[in-house]
Design a protein around this ligand. Sequence first.
Ligand code: MF3
Ligand code: CO
Ligand code: CO
Length: 359
Amino acid sequence: LGAPDRGRTNEPERFISMPRSPRTRLTPILRPMSVTATAPAILPKANDACWCGSGRKYKRCHKKSEGRVLPGVVTPMRSVPDTIARPSYAETGEVVAWDEPRIKSSDTIQAMRHAGKVAAEVLRLAGDMVAPGVTTEEIDIYVHDLFVERGAYPSTINYHGYPKACCTSVNEVICHGIPDSRPLQDDDICNIDVTGWIGGVHGDTNATFFVGDVDPESRQLVRVTEECTWYGIEAVKPGRPLSDIGRAIEDHAKKYRYGVVRAFVGHGIGEQFHTDIQVLHYYDSRASVIMRPGMTFTIEPMITLGAINFKIWDDDWTAVTADGKRTAQFEHTILVTDDEPEVLTGGEGAASPVAPWKR
Ligand code: MF3
Ligand code: CO
Ligand code: CO
């Protein structure tokens, strides 16, 4: 690029690429799009002129960022005190899987009841912190300290290199959002997913929270997603295949024409964060594993207002809907018993304690 007016105007070096007189240029200058003006309530169509007056098409200007969650700054991983026992991947970030029985011993079940309770309490307290202006990093620091105070290792820290004590997934973020410097905004929905490792086992739970005043469309999405999760839980019965869970979830989501994300699934859990069992949130006859008393797994449907196609941010973690429409999720860790399932991360004091129709 040329620097037409230098010398004559005596401008400092840094203005070389921003000349005063674009008429003298042979190549067009891309002016930065306005970041100070705010978008109108009704946005232009993709090929119409942008609302900001840049003269560019809306799709070439503000459309890409508008109304979307933008990545903030992620601070370095925080350490966990040496007094807290840690899982094997904590040092290296490498997860080495081993064979773990699908049917847990009574000792493991006892430990998982405790881990579930701790995770549930941390999730509820973290949810109480959700408000406009609070950054997801502030929530993460709180979650980290709550786990440590309870003698638990925040399972996500250094799990496959993941840097934080929880996942915070806002609006169109499906899951695995990394807490960062972005302040929550009025009308956001924010999922917090917490997992704690204590007594040698993991407890994994999440819920979607409202930030200030949330629009009715999003409120319904969150309500129905919680219902989907509990319909899935009610489908847990010994002797039945795991596919019953996905069917129950999908049937409910369909009534509202919502999408059910397929790319991320529930999982077996115990001494390991993720074991071989896969819990699909949609119906597939191939999900033929029979539920047996003593099995433990998560149910964690991600439900979308629009399509279920997804993209991953450059951080290699954050999964977002491709269409930018909102998505919600709830998660519980479940124990199959001879009769009703035991919701290890539910009960009194949990963010989603029992099925909505039972409270
Ligand atoms: N808690 C998530 C789940 O429900 C997993 C997060 S793993 C992380 O399975 F590495 F992204 F933190
Ligand atoms: Co999980
Ligand atoms: Co989780």
